[in-house]
Design a protein. Sequence first.
Length: 856
Amino acid sequence: GAIVSSVSYLEMTQVNLANDLYWAKFNMTGAHAFTATWLNEWIVLGREALPLLIDKPLVQLDSNQVAVEGAFDQSVAMVPSVANFGAELQYTRLNALDQAIAGLRATSGCDVPWIFTQYCYVDFNQRWELANSASRQARCKASMTANGAVFIESVLRNVDSCELESCWGDAFTSGIASEVQSTTQGQQWLQDTLSQVFVLSIADEIALWRAHNITTFDTQWQNFKRIGLINSYTISNLYGVSYPFNLQYQNTSFRLAKQATFIMYWGLANDFDAVAPNRSSSSSPSHPPLLLSGRSLVRSSPLYAFANTSLEAVLQLNGTLPPALSQIHQRFRHVIGPFGSIDMHFIACPKAAKHAVAIIFDMLNRVLGTNHDAKRDFYNITDPSSGITPAPKAWTDVNFVPVGGSPFCAEVPFAGQGSNAMGMVSFPSWEAQCKSFITWTLIAPTRRYLVTSVLLSNLTDVARICAQNVQYQAKCTDFVNETVSFVSTYLVDLVLLDLIEAATTAIRNTRVEMIQFGQTSADDPVELYRYRVLEDPFGGNEFAFFSWMYLIEWTLGLREVVSFQGDVGTMAILTEYTAPLQQQVDGAQTPVNFSIYMRSAVWYITLAMIAVTSLLLLYVFASHGQIEVSNLLELQRVGAIVWVVGHPPWYKTVLAANEVTWMVAIVDDLAMPLTQGYTPYYATTNSILVWTITASLSYYWPVTHVVSLAQRCAIVQMDAQIVCTSGDIAIGHVSRLVTLAMLVLASKLVCFVAARILVRRRVANDVHIKSIFVYAGAKYLFELSKWMSCDVYYMDRMSAAMNGILTLQRHETMHALDIKLWRVFSVDLSDEASSIPNHHVLAAAYRRALPLISDE
C-alpha cells in the first residue's frame, strides 16, 4: 500500500508540483495570460467599482463575473494593457501629497526640468511670479495655487540640489536664482530652501505644504515622453510565499521627434535651454540660442524673457510653430488663446461612468456564463467592428467637409475630401503624428460595447440613430436591433436606471467635446465645429448611442480627455483611440526552483521505498520465507523512516511530509520515546483518523483560490516611471497547512490518551527489548513475542533489513552492517543454536535470524 500510494503520489506531483505556486496545470500562455488580461481591464475600470459587485474586493477566477474573450490554449500569448496607463495613474491616483513628495525625493535633479508642468510661482508665498503671460499669471492666482506642481519650491525642497546644479546650474541661475537673489530676502529664502532638502520627514513636509493650502501635485498632459509603468500581481502559495507576474512592463522613454504638444507649452527644460547663457537647444531644431540667452523667467526681473516678446513668437522663430499659422491653428488660437501659454490638463473619466460600464460588463458576463441561449444570441449579433463611422446630426445638417480634427495639426487640402457624412476625422492623438492627408477616427467596437451603449443611451428610434451612420446604415440597423432584442430578453433590470443617470450626469459635468475643423466650400474659411457629448442640441438622444461607444473606450483607458486652458478660453477634448499595448508573456517568470527540489525529494522517497522493498524481498528468499510477515505492515513507519528520513535536517523532514500520513508517521516517530509501548495500540487508528478527517476536509471544505484586488503604487521617478502591485491570487492557504499540522498533533494526543486509558495493563505485560541496534519503531511496532527466547530477540533478516541492519550469513556466522550507527559486527550462530530448544515452533527460523541481546 505504501509503495502504491507513493508511486501514485509521484505521478500526481508531475502536475501538482510542476511549479513553486503548487497551481496544477498553470502555464504562462494560459492561466497567466487569462488572469493578466482580466486584471488589466478591471484595474483600469477602478477598484472602486468592486464594492458595487460584491461585498468585498475578493473574487474567484472561476466565477461567472470573470470572463475574457479569446483563446488561451496557444503556445504564444499576448497580454493587452492600456498603453498610457502610467500617465493616467500619475495624473489621477498618484497626485496626492504623500505620493508626490516621495516621488520627488526619488527623482534625479537632472530630470526635474522634464517634469511637465507650467510653473506659476517660485515660492509657496507667491512672491516671485513665473507665468509667461499676464493673463496666465491671473489664471494661476485664480485657480492653480492648490497645485504644488506650479511652485518651483516644491521641487527645490525635495530633490538633490547638487544634481540640479550639475545639469542645469547656469540655466537655473540665469532663469530664476539671479532675480531671487537680487534681494536680501530672496537670498535668505533660497539658502533656507536648499538647506531643507530631505531634512523634514514626508509627514512634516506635507504639513508645510498644507499650511500654504497646497493639496495636490498635478502635472500636465503631454506626448513628448511616455510615462513608464511596471505593474504586476502576485500569486501566493500555501506556504505564504508570493511570486510576481507582469501585467505591464514599460519603461519611460522620450519621443521628442514625434511630439506635438510643444506648441501649447514646451516645458521648463526648453525654457532653461533658451535662457541658459550661450547654450543651444538639444531638443528643438533651429533654436536661436541668443534670443533669450541670459534672460530671466521671473516676471519681476528687468531681464524678464517675455517682456517684449511671447513664447508663441519664440516657438515660431525656432520652427516649433510655423511662421504663418495654419487656419486650424488660427481658429484654435482664437477660441483658446496664444500658443505657448496653454495648459493641458488630463481629465479623469468620472467614477460613475466607470462604475456603470463595470456593472454592465459584470451583468453580461454572468448572463453569458449561466445561460447558453444568451451566449448563442450574443454571438449571433452582427459584428460591429467595421460598421461604425458616425457623425452628429448637428454636423451632418451643415454638411461641411472635414479638413482636420486635431489642434496640433494643420488642415489638409479641401479638394478631394468627402463630406462629414462619411464620418469624423482623427481627433487629437497622443501617438499619431500629423499627416498631409485625411485619416478617419478609429473606433474598435465589440458586441460588449453594443450592449453597454444600448443600456446607457436609453435609445428609442433605431432608424433615426442609424441615420447618423450613413456609410453603414443597413448594417447599423441590423446590429442595433439585434442588440436591443438581446438586452430586452436577458438584461432588463430597473436597478440600472439610477446608475445610468449618475453616469450620464457625470459625463455631462465634464463638458467633454468632440471637435472637427471643416469647410463648407473651398473658398470658405476653416471653422471649428464642437459637439458636447450626451448633450444633443435638438433635445434628442440620437447620437448618445454612438457617443457611448467612444465614452466606453474612455472608461477603459483607450481614449483620454484633455482640457486645453488658454488665456482666452477652455475646451475639454476627447482624444483619438490609442491601441492597447500588446506584450508577449515571459515564460521565464514561472517559478520552478523549489518545486524541482520538491519533486526530486518525492522521487528520492519513492525510489528509496521501492529499493527497500526489493531488498526486503531478497531477504525473504534468503530466509526461505521464515520471517515475521506482520512486520511488513510497518514498512512506512519503520523502513521508510530508517532508510529515507533517518535523522535529517528539519527542512528535509518538511519535504518528506507532503502526504499527511507521512506527517503522522514522522510525528509518531518523534513522539515514540514518550509513547513507547502504547504506540502499536494507537498508531494505525491515528493514521486512519487523520486520513479520514483530511479527506473529509478536502471534500466538504476544499481549499479555494481567492483574488484580492488592492493596487499599491509608487512613483520611482516623478512624471516618468511608476511601479505598482495590483492584486494577489492566493492559490493556497497557510491556514490549511496549519490546520493539518494541528489535526495531526490533536489526533496523536487523543489516540495516545485513549490507548493509555484502555490498554494500561496489557502494555505492562508486553515484551520489549532494549538494544542499541533496534530502532524505536521496530522496538514498539514489530511483533516480538514469538521471536524472543531467553531474553534474546531473534530478528528475522527481512525485519533486520527494515530496521536498517544488512546481514550476510556465511556458514555459521552472521555478519551485520547497521546503517543507523554505521557499525559492523558479527554473531556466531553456532553458539546461539545450542540455546534454542529443538521442539520450538520457530527453531528453524531462529537459526536463520539475527540474535540481538538486550543491553540491560
